[in-house]
Design a protein around this ligand. Structure first.
Ligand code: KG4
Ligand code: ZN
Length: 342
């Protein structure tokens, strides 16, 4: 035997998904996520409602995660939780829950940086998934972030470049909003795009530094394009929805791939991972897979369930931090702002 059996409970509550998961020696035993439909009606996440929903969901979600892992809470070795970045009211629910549960069970508490967790989700052991070797480059693309990160070790991150304005997830969600699709629109743009022609319309790409991103100009470009087309034909969106989605999606994916090229050129690193909610996008997944043969890159595409916010990614960081003896004490607090390298 030798090695200690480590059962880590991961808790995620940074935005609008309440998650709990059990990681056993690096493998996932359970991963439960309760989404919050309530925000759909508002076209975006309403912080007060998110916080209240987390309070309602957290006990049953944690209970389910233990049940599905088929373990008792007394078997847990540590509790890992997201302490930032995210919405303060949401973070506070997970933080205070984790602190009191760790205290009552008298086991270690491990604070986890949500941005690191998106990246380190690649280290959840799974026979069908390849684990990236160090150093690798991770393109983190979510609703709040767009950044190229050089990962030299488990807890050694360097931001190579990031967005100067909107995140790529926002570009998807705002495009969807312009098209009259509900929030969050990213998955819907992806869905319609699969039926459309990506060369139907063209949108101009931002002019920023080699490793920087910018999506606010693209969003405005799309808005003006749609307004102009609607003046000519009020049915323009209904008649062209798949083509519009495919064209926008193609533009965004081309921007992302171009930035990866620049990062490869600058660092010489050809192991490329993607992470975050937008890495669920079918076009980016397909394009990155094809890049292996086209450019000789080694690409690491997360399993679907580890792309958008989830607690398994928090649990794996908890496990890695446990091995590094990196624990938190009861004075740890939630932090709305936090960089990936903290
Ligand atoms: O990582 P995540 O769940 O939450 C944040 O930490 O932000 O990312 C959510 C974002 C949303 O903007 C959502 O529209 C986008 O990921 N997203 C997608 C897809 N699935 C989720 N965007 C494009 N295509 C998808 N299939
Ligand atoms: Zn996230």
């Amino acid at each position: 035997m030798g090695k200690k059996d480590l059962y880590i409970l991961g808790i995620e509550s940074s935005c609008d998904d309440t998650g709990a998961a059990v990681i056993y020696n690096g493998k996932m035993l359970s991963n439960v996520v309760a989404g919050q439909k309530i925000h759909e009606a508002y076209g975006g996440v309403v912080p007060e409602l998110a916080s209240r929903a987390h309070q309602q969901n957290i006990v049953p979600v944690v209970h389910q995660a233990l049940l599905r892992a088929n373990i008792d809470k007394k078997q847990l070795s540590a509790i890992a939780f997201t302490n930032g970045p995210g919405l303060m009211g949401s973070l506070l629910v997970g933080t205070s829950f984790a602190k009191s549960m760790a205290m009552s069970l008298d086991i270690p508490l491990i604070a986890v940086n949500h941005m690191q967790a998106h990246i380190l989700a690649h280290f959840i052991e799974d026979e069908n998934q390849q684990i990236p070797p160090f150093p690798f480059i991770c393109l983190t693309i979510s609703g709040g972030h767009t950044q190229l990160v050089k990962v030299t070790d488990y807890f050694d991150f360097e931001i190579l470049g990031e967005t100067t304005d909107d995140a790529v997830g926002e570009a998807f969600d705002k495009t969807a909003k312009i098209l009259g699709l509900p929030y969050p629109g990213g998955p819907l743009v992806d869905k319609y795009a699969q039926l459309g022609n990506p060369d139907a319309f063209s949108f101009s790409k931002p002019k920023v530094g080699d490793l920087e991103f910018s999506f606010s100009g693209l969003k405005t470009g799309i808005l003006y394009f749609i307004q102009k087309k609607l003046r000519e034909n009020p049915q323009f969106i209904e008649e062209n929805l798949p083509d519009i989605c495919a064209s926008v999606q193609r533009t965004i994916v081309e921007i992302l791939i171009e930035k990866i090229h620049n990062a490869v050129k600058q660092t010489g690193i050809t192991h490329i991972a993607i992470a975050g909610g937008v890495s669920a996008n079918s076009e980016i997944r397909k394009t990155l897979k094809a890049a292996e043969a086209l450019y000789g890159w080694h690409t690491y595409i997360p399993k679907f369930e580890f792309t958008t916010d989830n607690a398994a990614m928090i649990g794996i960081v908890g496990y890695l931090k446990y091995l590094h003896h990196s624990f938190s004490d009861q004075s740890v607090t939630a932090r709305a702002r936090m960089s990936v390298d903290e």
